[in-house]
Ligand binder design. Sequence first.
Ligand SMILES: Nc1nc2c(ncn2[C@@H]2O[C@H](COP(=O)(O)OP(=O)(O)OP(=O)(O)O)[C@@H](O)[C@H]2O)c(=O)[nH]1
Ligand SMILES: [Mg+2]
Length: 173
Amino acid sequence: MVPVKLLILGAQNTGKTALCVRFITKRFIGEYDHKTEVTYRCSRTVDQETVDLEILDLPCKRSSFLEIPRLKTLIDKTKQSLVFPTVLVANKADLEVGRKVTTEEGQRLAKDLGCGFRELSVAEAVLSVEAVIFQLIRLTLDQQRPLPDRRSYMLTVRHALTRKLTRSKTMQW
Ligand SMILES: Nc1nc2c(ncn2[C@@H]2O[C@H](COP(=O)(O)OP(=O)(O)OP(=O)(O)O)[C@@H](O)[C@H]2O)c(=O)[nH]1
Ligand SMILES: [Mg+2]
């Protein structure tokens, strides 16, 4: 069993708890407790690997889309990692009327932050909820795999540098 921990962050009322409950139970029940912090535990098989999953759902009181860059910076600083697997989820795609953020704005923000992007409706589609959680699991598992053999990596860098130096010398002469 490979342990994988996921953190669901976002503004109040965006559907964080609904997403967790949907993933765990496959159901959309409509009303959720807003106050409590909950850790969900389950196991799933992803690409023949059994994953021991822990999902932390934190209630949040701050507002919306504008909060995302701050949250992402916070995650990266906390984990002291340049690439902490993150997917920006735009929920409630079923509510087209009253939409405040366009798909393009979401995509652009995700690109700027260097993370994945998915627009979905927790209320309407269990499959897209599963897809986003599985995407995160895969990204996390990928990151846990060992780096390429250090010696061969150094050799690749050396060859690339030699090629570059040779080329620039040729240009100077
Ligand atoms: N129409 C629609 N409503 C949704 C969807 N997802 C969640 N909701 C509703 O949005 C409201 C808030 O959902 P929650 O899951 O409690 O939101 P939250 O982000 O956990 O909120 P806090 O715990 O207060 O931070 C609930 O009334 C849900 O029924 C969706 O995809 N479509
Ligand atoms: Mg909640």
